[in-house]
Design a binder for this molecule. Structure first.
Ligand code: ADP
Ligand code: MG
Ligand code: MG
Length: 886
């Protein structure tokens, strides 16, 4: 198979083969945009390299062929002494991994051709600068040398010259640096810097392939849930030069603001610079708008190209470009990353501009972004001490102790502390620290700096370019306008406004939450709220899944209803047995005969009845699924050891332990090796006489009360942990009897569907039988996951799950996102078999998965009727249920 593609041979849809960068370079080439000629080596070649340790045998010939073509196009040859062809060797995977992999510029220069380049360009300083960059990048990327070796040498050269500016180093200084660098290469590797251009190219290609498996790339992929076996393409691109003088330069641009979504001119430009200079924060960039005065022709052309690209990709694009002596070159484009808020606003403005339709707009936002927009923000009313204001690069409100290194961030986070990672600038090695921190603050770089790009990708709060911040890492302090902040002191950063405050600032709810709460109207003038309103309304129009909530109290239910809940999918009754009621529960458990038991139940019943009135009233007219008691009884008694100690102490003091002794005996009697698999759920109901009946009486009496007030209570009774239809039938008989009695006694009628949780594999497997006794199923995917994998959730997540994730057993915890193949297959089967018995069987899901975007798409696919999730996740579930239909 073909391994190498000329830029003219590819297109934007060939990402998997060519990588995103290669596919988009090809697309731009074919759009007739000024892209320096080149070719792309496919990710297939990389896969072979990663598997076997060497590139496919036929690759060398194919590269030869494309190099020859390139040489002909450019009218110069690799290594040509008087006017060498130079190329960049650039990584580029199917999924963008900014800064994670490597690129080497100026490949093809050597001791001879550097003189040719100097002569031909008439600019010796430029030629030597290009050569020192090649050796530096090659040393780091290909030869695995420490970057400091080179950076320290540059620093020393600048100091000797008494300057802080790279541009003050002249041709001779740079020539001396080159000698210096070559010696360093020899010292570190025992070999000379390779002079043969093709050897440089081949080594760089292999290094790019190898960088797929660098530690930081692996970490990034895990964080972003990117597959481990995609491999990267390699782009060989003829060089253009932004470092030929002040009429040259390099920059990055966005077709609109990636932080807010506003149209306008956004980007950074740096004159007389190459490659990473713009994002590395080495010198201060100017805003892109300034390019208009620096070089109007290039600026106008760039604006025209950006408009063309946005029209073509029908989305925000980000762009890397270079100006070589007044001529504009396009080096990269892609559909750009953006903040959550920008995603909503861009999607709806593109609808208004007639570029995309509302379905497409809904496809372009997601639940994770909506969840981010619901985070609280800093209280504008609160007293604050402003330290400085810089660039808000990734929104959010974060407070934490100042740390200066990634290691410190990781360590503190491990102890449960909140930290803000403060750096001059971040680099890919800081990824660990950025993940661990609440937020990131840098003193250099703009919205396109590493810190900004990575933080936005992670949804982490980031403020960057705080230039009046003097970050002194070795002294462990920041000075700003005469004030000093030491490591360990708390600061707060606002990623929307770019403000940095001393101390912890209180937070207020987000306007998006206020909108969902009904406190802020959709047309109040807040553009973000308006965009969210439009897209979630569209999701509501198209979705088939209902969204219910998990709620145990009237307050939760009322809030969930404001958020759009269409009922309660799971009300847990356990909490109704806690607090002051514990004593009655203890008496129930200790009861030695029917009289004592009935007395205890009689205390509990009216209390429960009050709870249900509140809940059913808050959800008047909507279904409320109430699960009868589920956990093992010993959870309602004091812990075994505590009691044992108490009793032993009393005895030692010669006192009578009294009731504690009785309790201890009960705890010992109820003790189980595996409570999760023990006396709980329906088993309790069948073994403890009167327990379920008491709960059902309370539910029925509450419904009767409301009914008499003219309300519309819709309770549904759910029996937990059923494994066999016989269990359900027994429980059902008891429940139906009580319901009949109360309805008769109270003289009112309403219907109460009776159903079950499907949370044991056996229940899923025999769901055709179980459906005979159930009017609805609710898949309890938490327990179903535990029981299917044999994982005790409370034990395994904190113990070996991180290893499992590392080793790729799964890419995400099956408790977070449904395991489609295993647990999901049981859900699918349960739904199909259940409906084969009872076609109008109502199917829902409760458990964490009900609020997880991927899982919601799965539940839509298998035909469930509703998902149920915690109140705060409801908007996310509504949005994703809508997206699932597109
Ligand atoms: P990354 O994926 O980290 O952005 P790139 O391959 O895009 O890496 O290279 C980084 C930068 O190097 C580019 O933004 C551009 O400024 C510069 N660069 C890459 N190839 C060339 C080239 N052929 N000519 C000039 N500059 C280049
Ligand atoms: Mg790039
Ligand atoms: Mg359960």
């Amino acid at each position: 198979p073909k391994l190498v593609y000329d830029f003219a041979e590819g297109n934007k849809d060939m990402k998997e083969l060519l990588g995103g960068k290669g596919a988009n370079l090809a697309e731009m080439t074919n759009l007739g945009l000024p892209v320096p000629p080149g070719f792309t080596i496919s990710a297939d070649a990389c896969k072979v390299f990663l598997k076997t340790g060497s590139v496919p045998a036929e690759l060398a010939d194919e590269i030869d062929h494309h190099v020859a073509e390139l040489e002909q196009k450019m009218g110069k040859k690799l290594g040509q002494a008087d006017d060498p062809l130079l190329v960049s060797v650039r990584s580029g995977a199917a999924v963008s991994m900014p800064g994670m992999m490597e690129t080497v510029l100026n490949v093809g220069l050597n001791d001879d051709s550097v003189n040719g380049l100097a002569h031909h360009s008439g600019n010796p300083r430029f030629a030597w600068d290009a050569y020192r960059r090649l050796i530096q990048m090659f040393g780091k990327t290909v030869l695995g040398m420490e970057g400091d070796v080179f950076e320290d040498a540059i620093e020393a050269a600048k100091q000797a010259k008494g300057t802080k500016n790279d541009l003050d180093l002249d041709a001779n200084d740079l020539k001396a640096l080159v000698e210096n660098f070559k010696a360093a290469v020899h010292e570190h590797t025992g070999r000379e810097f390779p002079q043969e251009p093709r050897a440089q190219m081949d080594l760089a290609i292999e290094a790019v392939f190898g960088s797929w498996n660098s530690g930081r790339a692996i970490l990034y992929r895990r964080q972003e849930r990117i597959a481990t076996d995609l491999g990267t393409g390699v782009n060989i691109c003829s060089m253009v030069f932004g470092n030929l003088g002040m009429d040259s330069g390099t920059g990055v641009a966005f077709t609109r603001d990636p932080a807010s979504g506003q149209p306008g001119v956004y980007g950074d430009y740096l004159q007389n610079a190459q490659g990473e200079d713009v994002v590395a924060g080495i010198r201060n960039t100017v805003p892109l708008a300034d390019l208009e005065t620096i070089d109007k022709t290039s600026y106008d052309e760039l604006m025209a190209i950006m408009a063309k690209l946005e029209g073509h990709y029908r989305d925000l694009c980000d762009i890397e470009f270079t100006v070589e002596r007044g001529k504009l070159w396009m080096l990269q484009t892609r559909v750009g990353k953006r903040t959550a808020g920008a995603a909503f606003r861009i999607a709806t403005s593109l609808v208004d501009e007639g570029v995309i339709d509302i379905d497409e707009a809904l496809r372009r936002v997601n639940g994770a972004q909506l969840a981010q927009l619901m985070f609280p923000r800093f209280d504008s009313e609160a007293g604050k001490e402003l330290l400085t204001k810089a660039i808000g690069a990734s929104p959010g409100a974060a407070s934490g102790k100042v740390v200066f290194t990634s290691a410190a961030a990781v360590e503190a986070a491990g102890k449960g502390e909140k930290v803000i990672l403060v750096r001059r600038e971040t680099n890919p090695d800081d990824l660990h620290g950025m993940i661990a921190a609440q937020g990131v603050l840098t003193s250099r770089g703009g919205k396109t700096s590493h810190a900004a790009v990575v933080a936005r990708g992670m949804g982490k709060t980031c403020v960057c370019g705080a230039e009046d911040l003097d970050v002194n890492v070795s002294a462990g302090k920041i000075t700003v306008k005469g004030k000093t902040v030491e490591a360990g002191e708390v600061i707060s950063i606002d990623g929307t406004t770019g403000e940095v405050f001393l101390g912890e600032v209180p937070v207020v709810p987000s306007p998006v939450v206020e909108y969902f709460e009904g406190k802020l109207a959709a047309d109040s003038g807040d553009e973000l709220v308006a965009a969210v309103h439009r897209l979630i309304s569209h999701a509501d129009d198209v979705r088939r899944l209902d969204v219910r909530t998990n709620a145990d109290t009237g307050d939760d239910a009322a809030r969930a209803r404001r958020f759009g809940a269409q009922g309660i999918g799971l009300c847990r009754t356990e909490h109704m047995f806690l607090g002051e009621r514990r004593e009655a529960v203890e008496r129930l458990i200790l009861a030695e005969d029917a009289t004592e038991r009935d007395a205890a139940l009689a205390v509990l019943e009216p209390l429960q009845r009050g709870d249900f009135v509140e809940l059913l009233d808050a959800m008047d007219g909507l279904p409320v699924t109430i699960r009868l008691i589920d956990p093992p009884l010993h959870e309602f008694l004091p812990p075994l050891t505590e009691l044992a100690v108490k009793v032993a102490l009393a005895k030692e003091r010669g006192e009578d332990p009294g009731r504690d002794a009785t309790l201890l005996a009960a705890v010992e009697r109820l003790h189980e090796q595996n409570p999760m698999l023990g006396l709980r759920g329906v088993r309790l109901g069948l073994v403890i006489p009167g327990l379920f009946a008491m709960q059902v009486r309370a539910i029925a009496a509450a419904a009767a009360d409301l009914k008499k007030q003219g309300k519309d209570p819709r309770p549904e009774i759910m029996i937990p942990l059923v494994g066999a239809v016989q269990e359900l039938q027994l429980a059902r008989d008891e429940v139906e009897g009580v319901l009949r009695d109360i309805a008769e006694a109270e003289g009112v009628e309403w219907s109460t569907p009776i159903g079950t949780m499907i949370e044991l594999p056996r229940a899923a497997l025999t769901s055709d039988q179980i459906a005979e006794a159930a009017e609805f199923f609710s898949f309890g995917t938490n327990d179903l996951t535990q029981m299917t994998w044999g994982f005790s959730r409370d034990d395994v997540e904190g113990s070996f799950f991180s290893r499992y994730l590392e080793k790729g057993v799964f890419a995400v915890s099956p408790f977070e996102s449904i395991d489609r193949e295993g647990v999901g297959a049981l859900v699918r089967m349960g739904a199909e078999r259940g409906r084969s018995t009872r076609p109008d069987l109502k199917l829902g899901v409760c458990g964490e998965h009900g609020g997880d975007p991927d899982s919601i798409h799965f539940f839509h696919e298998v035909g469930l009727d509703y998902v149920s999730c915690s109140p705060f996740r409801i908007p996310v579930a509504r949005l994703e249920a809508g997206r699932a239909t597109l």
